[in-house]
Design a protein around this ligand. Structure first.
Ligand code: GLP
Length: 247
């Protein structure tokens, strides 16, 4: 894995956007794997700015999001579908038919997971996958567990994740207890992966991901198996890492 340490959140966001813009410019119908959370917000802002400035058309770009809460529909302000609209899709010329986010309100959740995974495969696979990381080392909503979940699945959220994400809800009790998430094989099948991390709360997870054993107890550690991962992190998140850095 390559590690790129930057001085600020803004720099992390710019650098991440640069990677995505490169893929989009080389392939105007690229398939982007997208993430939610507070970390990638600045990256989406940079993407909006840059594509507006250059007049880049999002018309043929296709997106697949990592995850969605069970029980929330796209109109719910806490849903990831709503997050993506507010932070990216409402501001660019993307065709809504090219946007894919698991349906957290599906009647048959298992069937929804299978359909999502099949659709991702048929679409040809992700050209560049954006990831954040949870304090507990989760990616998407792949939570610490006894075994890796390979494909899109329903997941019971970890107590730590519920606590962390409570800041977006009225109270901790309002955080959904389950979600749909792409699995680790779905994520690893991306051609290129960029993982963004900022803040000292992510330092231990980042350290374990890079130097610890590959274990389902620290789901992000599976990224050690991928040949093209770039970690873009600020100094606080990188504070436990050993230099010299690769990039
Ligand atoms: C959420 C998302 C993840 C995200 C993580 C970190 O639970 N499911 O995809 O990477 O938490 O979020 P943040 O960037 O807000 O720290």
């Amino acid at each position: 894995m390559k590690i790129y340490k930057v001085a600020s959140y803004e720099q992390m966001s710019q650098e991440a956007a640069k990677h995505i813009l490169k893929v989009m410019t080389e392939k105007p119908n690229a398939l982007l794997g997208l993430a939610t959370g507070s970390t990638p917000v600045g990256m989406y802002q940079a993407l909006i700015r840059e594509t507006r400035a250059t007049g880049f058309s999002w018309q043929h770009i296709v997106t697949y999001n990592l995850d969605e809460y069970v029980g929330l529909d796209a109109l719910d302000e806490q849903s990831y579908a709503h997050f993506m609209n507010v932070n990216l899709f409402d501001h660019v010329s993307i065709d809504q038919a090219h946007v894919h986010i698991p349906n957290g309100k599906a009647e048959d959740l298992e069937a929804e997971c299978r359909a999502y995974e099949a659709s991702l495969k048929t679409a040809g696979g992700v050209d560049i996958q954006v990831l954040g990381i949870g304090r507990n080392g989760h990616i998407g909503f792949n939570e610490p567990n006894d075994a890796f979940e390979p494909y899109t699945h329903v997941v019971h959220l970890d107590e730590k994740t519920i606590e962390d994400n409570a800041r977006f809800f009225e109270s901790k009790e309002k955080v959904p207890k389950t979600a749909i998430s792409m699995g680790v094989e779905s994520i690893l099948s991306a051609k290129k992966i960029i993982l963004l991390a900022c803040g000292k709360e992510k330092a231990q997870a980042l350290y374990d991901m890079l130097y610890g054993p590959i274990t389902p107890q620290l789901p992000a550690s599976i990224l050690q198996k991928h040949g093209d991962v770039e970690v873009i992190c600020d100094e606080a998140a990188a504070s436990l890492l050993k230099g010299p850095f690769d990039v």
